[in-house]
Design a protein around this ligand. Sequence first.
Ligand code: MN
Length: 424
Amino acid sequence: MKIENNRIDELNHLELKAHRRKFDFVAEDIAALEDVMTKLAAFNVAIPSWALGTGGTRFGRFSGTGEPRSLEEKIEDVGIIHALNKSSNSISLHIPWDIPGDAANIKALASEHGLHFDAVNSNTFQDQKDQNLSYKFGSLHHVDKAVRKQAVEHNIEVIKYGDELGSKALSVWLADGSNFPGQLNFRHAFENTLESLREIYDALPADWKVWVEYKPYEPNFYSTTIGDWGQAYLLSTALGPKAQTLVDLGHHLQGANIEQIVSLLLMKDNLAGFHFNDSKYSDDDLTVGSINPYQLFLIFNELVEGMDSKGMDHATSIGWMIDASHNIKDPIEDLIQSVQAIKIAYSQALLVDKQALLTAQLNNDVVHAQEILQHAYRTDVRPLIAEASFRIGGALDPLKAYRSLGVRENLIRERGSRSVARGL
Ligand SMILES: [Mn+2]
């Protein structure tokens, strides 16, 4: 299914008068309005191929209906999201769940939908059918060199698939760790991981990067071999300039100050990318902005400040991606909500009066500093996002348009109500 532009135009027409009123109201107070609009229009967030089907928990999975049955249909779904919000112009593939059979055709299909391929993701956290050696006790950190070699070769194969599609980065998340004290020699595990990553690093094409993702626990519950940003930083700096740290919002212990982590990684030119989600407890993978939108805003405030201090392009110098999985929502609706929440936090961060904030900080004016941040956070920026999307052909209200156009009903007609997407 492909959404025709004139359908979106028709829906926008119905909303336009009310939209104008709201937009003019908020726009009046924004000094650098056109700069904000340009940045918003350029901002895109990659959609992961595994988020298009209903996710599961370790207790079960309740499949949705009309789920994509193939990589082609997943691309179609991302095309639908992008047609509506004009902010999801790439897809991030997970290998081996989504091995592109015919790379040229897959690339052509994606480009028909205005999409390209973001980072490719390897998988050594589960055993695949016909795999020689098991990852039960880890992959890149394994005590057995033969297992490490198998995992290295898998990652190099993922790079090959990505290269054929025009991806420019390999994202590595390891489940490697230990469940019990004494199970693992931490230093050996770290050194083995570094040695394995070096082999992968050496196989990267010249213009590629490897993104090292960390996570404090789960599936292992005593230690994780790349457990926090310090360990990811140690590994990536030991590897070289093509390696950087990837921050997943759900991969922190409760109460961690993620905005501070982001600020310092940016300072050290070590922030590769971002996996967005939200959580109440840990890696809950809930819809972005559904639990703690203020934290998301504070993170974006540091991102914008840090990128500006280095003259970085907001849209392209960091890999923005959603990494979520949902058990009860329509995945496309969830992703539309997530991208909107990201754009809300981003535009609020753009509204922060950076000069005034710096002055307040230099004067230790704590009250005023808080006021400056919260003034931006409490601005209803939704009309700005609607306007930015509208100007480039998107829907004023992507979620409402998705429902009005009966997209899911169409997909169920095409794919059936029992279709299940490949993934966890
Ligand atoms: Mn992640």
